[in-house]
Design a protein around this ligand. Sequence first.
Ligand SMILES: [Fe+2]
Length: 201
Amino acid sequence: MGADLFESVRQIRVKENQMTYQTILPDIGLSPENRSAVVLILNGLLGDVSVLYVKTRSAHWNVRGLHFHHLHGLFEEQYGELARIGDEVAERVRILGGQPISTMTEFLEHTRLLELSPEFYPNTGAILEDLLQCHERVIHGIRAAADVCEKKHGDVGTTDLLTGVLEKHEKMAWVLRTSLEDFMRDAGEVSPVAASQHPAS
Ligand SMILES: [Fe+2]
């Protein structure tokens, strides 16, 4: 191994519980600065996806009423998809030599999403609208992040991952949007979230 290559494969020793682990930093054509910047972006997305996963599980547990059977199953499909997305994002962080956030506290610190107040459960319209708005917010974030990762940080691998994740969120948002339209047509109502955001003048 040449000196340059040896130096580029820096080794970090971490002592924990009397054991020594060696971490070999990735030499994949991305500078440490670019890898760190992308890791920060990915951890933000991981916070969003993790919070959205919990919200969707909550919806699966709390939904009631006319559309229960359809929505109970739909939410189960979607939290499964969100779990897979979170796994891909967290593993990409490790691939880049970073540390994925993984505690509830970290998820809440990193997310851009707000929790839905329990007062809205089990209002199906409010649950659907909240999930839809969350997915759309995540979609906006991913679209911007994909561009930054490629153009600013040269990380086409992450941009490719984000493009796939973007399409999955777009599809989930479409299904939620259509389900909300169906619910509102059948229930003949406007969800309280929408009503509170757009009060009658
Ligand atoms: Fe279940």
